[in-house]
Design a protein around this ligand. Sequence first.
Ligand SMILES: [Zn+2]
Length: 414
Amino acid sequence: MAEQPQVLGLKRSFGFGDRLGLATPGHLDAVKGSGFAPIFAQQSIREMRRTKREPVEVMRAAVEALKAERWADAWGADADHLQTEEDVQRTAREGFTFFTIDPSAHVHKTADELNDLELETAYQKLAATGAVQANQAFDLYLGKSFDLGEGARIDFEDRRALTRAVVKYGAALAHTKLMNGWIAKACAGRPFELEMSVDETPSPTSPLEHLFVGLELKRLGVKLVSLAPRFTGEFEKGIDYKGDLQVFEADYKRHVAIAKHCGPYKLSVHSGSDKFRIYPIVGRLSGELVHVKTAGTSYLEALRVAARADKPLFREIVGFCRGRYETDRATYHVSAKLGDVPAEPADAELERAYLEHDSGRQILHVTFGSVLGGESGTPPYKQRLLELLHKRADLYREVLRAHLGKHIKGLLAG
Ligand SMILES: [Zn+2]
């Protein structure tokens, strides 16, 4: 029996975040027999802080459920969105096998808007910090052309585009290298795998920028199992992809070619919940080289159990979340407005209004920390939800199997 998480390697994989610690049975029903390697323990440091959970609890919840279910296949554990050495140590200690380095604090967020002079200044500033060597990127890449196979090629002909790539990602690359060292040290010889994620930045990662990042990581000796670029279009929380599918497909194809050229490594799709429009494209173009991360959608399925089995509790949570929404939305990519959804729908409309409607889903999605965090003054929803999910374990398992199963079917449909 596979009681401990393992490294999964270059095999298609699916990440099942579980903020309440009771979702693993439904998750394994969804993934069983699909050909996707599961990551059952997956939680970002930010989610742990908001739900007041510790890495040890996240791991224990998955391990115990898998033991009870006699799960025999390999599975992984993702210490998601790590930013500091302390994050690394806290999660490595508990046996996490998949480490997601999040250097987004070091990504230059407005690099796309700088003019030539500002770019040059930003470049000089970066060189002065030692994060990049003066001229090195130009010596290495300017004027070079990279054949990505199947007729695709990327040329570093444009000095401005290359400068922009260095300014945007240079410091993030240096931080990634540093974190790679911390992770290796904390794992002390045991196997682990690495992802780099820059998905939470305002502007998309262009193919040229991805190629620059991939080539630099190789040169710096950082070996990735997956990389999460910021793809084109909108990946809002809890709802489907917004954007032109033809544009997405053309862009995604280039990212796949770059991931093969620089790694090979998998492309990782973050905020991957409910992106049904793009799954067939992602599944078809990636082959084995794909990882999809989901988390909030399983929390919403827990709330679906309340919507069906304890309407008064669900109504109370909805009211509470509406009161929190304007505050809690600050760190999330969402567009819902409170006025989009009725505050007090009839019983028969409750589930549809808040779990099928985009705005309803987002209002419930971004407020999970307030509902589960147990700040003083917060009603004890976490306890009541956990009790309900224990009592209606069959229903929770069934809604998770159906909803996450739909994700995986979409990926296999391409
Ligand atoms: Zn992410």
